[in-house]
Design a protein around this ligand. Structure first.
Ligand code: APR
Ligand code: PHB
Length: 398
């Protein structure tokens, strides 16, 4: 098999890259180890920055998003039983975000890719990227094999490419083919217990709550489906929490001084997400490029994961199109540095939001007071609040 751009992974990064390249007349093949149903059901944050919304629209993938997505003009910060609304358009010159689940973004992009006949192979696992430092990089892969089970089933094949892009997430194989890389990492001693519930959201915007018992987040998937999270110790088993215990704890952490109440409903999904900050530098070796979670992870507090992946592949698609049109490697050569600048801004913001709102198990009373002082500052200084609003609604790509 041969293609111009071999893409490993059909998450938001790989799927959008394939779409952008298709629109520019560049062929690609996408290899995805999981099946279609799994990819379309995997729950992740679904906050789209204004820039991400614009990119999806321009790529021809915005039709259902524009019909079903919910435009949000702010978020609420909750602490010490107080509520404070951050008004995005007023602070940023008109910017807002869109609530449209990552599962829906993936479904839309998969449908488009299959419609246009672009090769998208599910249950096809990349085993290794080879010869990335040459002008004939290759991906060794296995179709119909059992993912992760040490080589049983399927036949081994090779995809020969002009370029390979690792969009295979944090646990993928592409990163290992970038020699002499440097990694920067921080893990957190807590995770998020997330639930999906069949109940209308208890507020019309997202609520980020700091509480002495730990962080809580109220989010949503649609006008009738709520998504909520609780900070829990990192090694928590989701099944160790009963539904009633989850609702009771959410109620405590989200409590206010006014008459706000939490609506309860049947919980349809429960899982624990670990929290990690991670960056791999550089994001390129020869003709292999890393994009999205394959190169960097942010804790979900700032809702930046998907938006960063979109920024990477927009930058890469532009560079590949430039190369095809002019023969110049100029933009491919600056890809890693261009992306990393934006990545580190998102790392900074996600770290700040995480430490602003979570209780560390070993936090001293001094640190707890500082946390409250930071919240006080954001909610009483327009400059501090603008800093948060600008970062939340997104940094420019490129
Ligand atoms: N071969 C083929 N596919 C692979 C392999 C492999 N060896 N390893 C992983 N994959 C697939 C995974 O099954 C997954 O579908 O790569 C895909 C990676 O997708 P994501 O983890 O969603 O990563 P990315 O596309 O970078 O997403 C960026 O968007 O999904 C949100 O918040 C999430 O931060 C994430 C962001
Ligand atoms: C979500 O809806 O899943 C979500 C929203 C905002 C976040 C994280 C997750 O910061």
């Amino acid at each position: 098999m041969r293609t111009t751009v071999g893409i490993i992974g059909a998450g938001p990064a790989g799927l959008l890259l394939a779409r952008l390249l298709h629109n520019a007349g560049i062929d690609s093949v996408v290899l995805e180890s999981r099946d279609r149903a799994y990819v379309e059901r995997r729950q992740r944050a679904g906050i789209l920055e204004q820039g991400t919304v614009d990119v999806l629209r321009a790529a021809g993938a915005g039709e259902r998003m524009d019909r079903e997505g919910l435009r949000h003009d702010g978020i609420e910060l909750r602490f010490s039983r107080r509520r404070h609304r951050v008004d995005f358009p007023a602070l940023t010159g008109g910017r807002s975000v869109m609530v449209y689940a990552q599962t829906e973004v993936c479904k839309d992009l998969i449908a488009l890719q299959l419609e246009s006949g672009g090769p998208l192979l599910f249950e096809t696992e990349a085993l290794a990227v080879e010869d990335a430092g040459t002008d004939r990089p290759r991906v060794r892969f296995r179709r119909g094999g059992e993912s992760g089970e040490g080589g049983e089933g399927g036949t081994e094949e090779v995809l020969e490419c002009d370029y390979v892009v690792g969009c295979d997430g944090f646990w993928g194989v592409a990163r290992a083919a970038v020699p002499d890389g440097r990694t920067f990492e921080r893990t957190y001693p807590f995770g998020w217990l997330g639930i999906l519930a069949d109940v209308a959201p208890s507020h019309d915007e997202l609520v980020y709550a700091r509480h002495d018992r730990g962080f809580a987040l109220l989010s949503m998937r649609s006008p009738s489906v709520s998504r909520l999270y609780l900070q829990v110790p990192a090694d928590t088993d989701a099944e160790s929490w009963s539904d009633e215990e989850i609702w009771d704890e959410l109620e405590r952490r989200l409590e206010t001084d006014d008459d706000w109440t939490l609506r309860r409903g049947p919980i349809t999904q429960k899982s624990v997400t670990p929290m990690r900050s991670y960056v791999h530098e550089p994001m390129r070796h020869g003709r292999l490029f890393l994009a999205g979670d394959a190169a960097h992870i942010v804790p979900p507090t700032g809702a930046k994961g998907l938006n960063l992946a979109v920024g990477d592949v927009v930058t890469l698609a532009r560079a590949l199109v430039h190369r095809a049109a002019t023969g110049s490697d100029e933009l491919l050569d600056t890809y890693s540095a261009t992306c990393l600048r934006r990545v580190w801004q998102a790392e900074r913001f996600s770290y700040d939001m995480t430490t602003l709102l979570h209780g560390a198990p070993d936090a001293t009373p001094f640190e707890e007071r500082l946390q409250l002082a930071r919240l006080d500052r954001i909610t009483s200084s327009r400059a501090a609040e603008t800093d948060l609003a600008e970062a939340y609604t997104g940094f420019p790509v490129g």
